[in-house]
Write a protein that binds this ligand. Structure first.
Ligand SMILES: [Cu+2]
Length: 359
């Protein structure tokens, strides 16, 4: 059902792209509000806000889609606070690229199977740039998970968990800063502040219901950004590398993300984006001895990995006040391909929305 809504949204975006592509000559002046920390007068039109410091291009605050993390940097002395709400909905089990019914999963010998899951995250972020080249960011998530299940005998049950997730400290450092070719490295560390002790009635909940990884994780990556006229684009490769075992003797799989996007500034205060996000995540290494993989598939460390490609559509609205415009953003997407080491819950759609407020 959700796929249909999202497909309609896609058509809307394609249609509006085609209708706007003609006869919109004034768009090169669309991005004319001042974003620099310097004097507001230096932005006269076009993308002049990027011509900070003798015409050099600083991707200080661009049309990077809301679901992208570490996709922009700030000028020296710049701050930004942000709030993002993320939601992901998963329904139905899948093995490889094939869907499985609940009874097909249970007939593999399990006592119960997950049927659907909602994951929500409230994330507070703070960015600060001590140098033009270097932007630091801290992100603090609050995670809420809810999973529905069905037992062998047809009865259903729900499990829930919530709490502070893994706090991340990250940095971007640019090595090239040209209009058509901006390149920055992403660095980061994720702290094991999220719980891996979530339980119900004294029994530990399966891996996907835990809040954190339980390990220190490294977050290296590289981001390329370009801009011409009112068009912005980007390509980002990011990884999450787990360090060591957590206290329950397992390590979540490493994750690899490759994403690329294009964004177009239609009006002074509105831009839209289209993005492809490819994710590969590995199985769990080791096992939590309190979990029995014969009971339910999501308690099996070898049924956690997978790969997925998502198509996402985003919109950014710039609020018309303040020296540097705050922006509201939303990005909605759905998988166009997913292959899972299953049986595992398949993803149906995901959403990120929130506000970014630079000062
Ligand atoms: Cu920022």
């Amino acid at each position: 059902m959700y796929q249909w809504i999202i497909t309609l949204l896609c058509f809307f975006f394609v249609f509006s792209t085609l209708t706007h592509a003609k006869g919109n000559q004034d768009v090169q002046y669309a991005f004319s509000f001042p974003l620099n920390q310097g004097s507001p007068g230096e932005s006269m039109g076009g993308h002049d806000h990027m011509n900070h410091k003798n015409g050099s291009y600083n991707h200080s605050y661009l049309a990077d889609p809301f679901g992208v993390i570490g996709g922009h940097s700030h000028h020296a002395g710049g701050w930004m606070i942000s709030y993002k709400y993320m939601r992901m909905f998963m329904k139905g089990m899948r093995d490889g690229t094939n869907g499985l019914t609940n009874s097909q999963v249970i007939s593999q010998g399990y006592m119960a199977t997950p049927t659907k899951m909602t994951m929500e995250m409230h994330m507070l972020g703070l960015m600060y740039a001590p140098l033009d080249e270097l932007t630091l960011m801290v992100m603090a998530p609050y995670v809420i998970k809810k999973m529905d299940h069905v037992r062998m005998n047809g009865t259903t049950f729900i499990r829930e968990s919530e709490g502070i997730g893994d706090i991340k400290l990250t940095a971007t450092y640019f090595v090239l800063n040209k209009k058509l070719f901006h390149l920055h490295f992403n660095f980061g560390i994720s702290f094991p502040t999220g719980s891996i002790d979530e339980s119900f009635g004294g029994a530990r909940l399966p891996y996907p219901m835990q809040i954190g990884s339980g390990t220190f994780d490294l977050l290296p990556g590289i981001t390329y950004l370009g801009q011409a006229g009112n068009l912005d684009w980007g390509l980002q490769f990011k990884t999450e590398i787990r360090l060591g075992d957590n206290k329950h003797n397992y390590t979540l799989g490493n994750r690899y993300h490759i994403t690329f996007w294009g964004a177009y500034q239609w009006f002074k205060l509105l831009s839209t984006s289209v993005r492809i996000n490819t994710l590969i995540w590995e199985n769990i290494d080791g096992a939590d001895s309190q979990l029995n993989p014969a009971m339910i598939p999501n308690a099996d460390p070898n049924k956690q990995g997978g790969r997925r490609m998502d198509l996402l559509f985003g919109t950014l609205f710039y609020l018309p006040f303040g020296h540097i415009k705050p922006r509201l953003g939303i990005e909605i997407g759905f998988p166009i391909y997913q292959s899972l080491n299953g049986p595992q819950l398949e993803t149906d759609w995901m959403l990120t929305a929130g506000i970014q407020w630079p000062f």
